[in-house]
Design a binder for this molecule. Structure first.
Ligand SMILES: Nc1ncnc2c1ncn2[C@@H]1O[C@H](COP(=O)(O)OP(=O)(O)OP(=O)(O)O)[C@@H](O)[C@H]1O
Length: 242
């Protein structure tokens, strides 16, 4: 039997005057690395917020690790990293992580492991306020690696990183998935899609595709993820106007 870390049925989210998601369904297999892709404003962050249980929803169900999204039992089983770094500028990298480890009840021995995983060993005792933007966002990511989260929800974790670091982080995501962690990683950079096992493509809150890259390419006849996305957008527009 296939296990799903996330099961969404009929989700509806309204933010201000905008219906961001409507009658939205999605399943995410346990231990998979899923890329959530789509243009700016397509609803990626809103979907992630609904999964981690911080988004007010107007309808439908979001089940995470067998519980309702946001259930208190999920507090240390689900980790969420937003686009805005959520660490203290006036503490060092290590002090931030020790603080979060205490809050999460994670062992302090996790701190150095998480710092190494995001390649910040040489900056461990530097104040976060003096780091570059990419380094600061990696401190935020390291907080999500404390403890043993079963689901990692990462909103654009590779923005502002150089190509070498991006590759290293994707390797880390793959290792985590191989160890059984489920990862949902958003990006609006299509070439990052090629690194995911499964691609969820969003456009204006609608699910354009939920497929592996080879299946997506076969289905659209496109040469890469970007071409496939454009192909699907065109098809959706033709269907809408016919
Ligand atoms: N706080 C808010 N109040 C009202 N509308 C909002 C709010 N946040 C987002 N929206 C709207 O919801 C829609 C989806 O936004 P969302 O942030 O989920 O998109 P996204 O795909 O994550 O975009 P990006 O890649 O730019 O982060 C957009 O139309 C946006 O204008």
């Amino acid at each position: 039997m296939m296990n799903f870390a996330v099961r969404i049925r009929g989700l509806r989210v309204v933010r201000g005057p905008v219906t961001v998601l409507d009658d939205f369904d999605l399943d995410i297999r346990s231990g998979s690395l899923t890329g959530l892709l789509g243009p700016s404003g397509s609803g990626k962050s809103t979907l992630m917020r609904a999964i981690v249980g911080v988004q007010k929803v107007a309808g439908g169900t979001v089940e995470v690790l067998g519980r309702a999204a946001g259930d208190k039992d999920l507090r240390d089983r689900v980790a969420y990293v937003t686009q805005a770094p959520s660490v203290y500028a006036d503490l060092t990298v290590r002090q931030n992580l020790r603080y979060y480890a205490r809050v999460l009840g994670a062992p302090l021995s996790d701190v150095d492991r998480a710092i190494e995983q995001v390649d910040l060993g040489s900056r461990a005792d530097h104040l976060v306020g003096r780091l570059s933007g990419g380094q600061e966002s990696r401190v935020s990511l390291a907080t999500a690696l404390l403890g043993k989260p079963e689901l990692l929800v990462l909103d654009e974790p590779t923005v502002g990183l150089d190509p070498v670091l991006r590759v290293q982080l994707w390797e880390l995501f793959h290792r985590l998935a191989e160890s059984g962690v489920t990862l949902l990683v958003s990006s609006h950079v299509m070439d990052e899609a090629e690194r995911c096992e499964r691609l969820v493509l969003l456009r204006e809150g609608a699910l354009l595709a939920d497929d592996t890259l080879p299946d997506l390419l076969a289905r659209t006849g496109a040469a890469d993820a970007e071409g496939a996305f454009l192909e699907l957008v065109e098809k959706a527009e033709q269907e809408a106007s016919s």
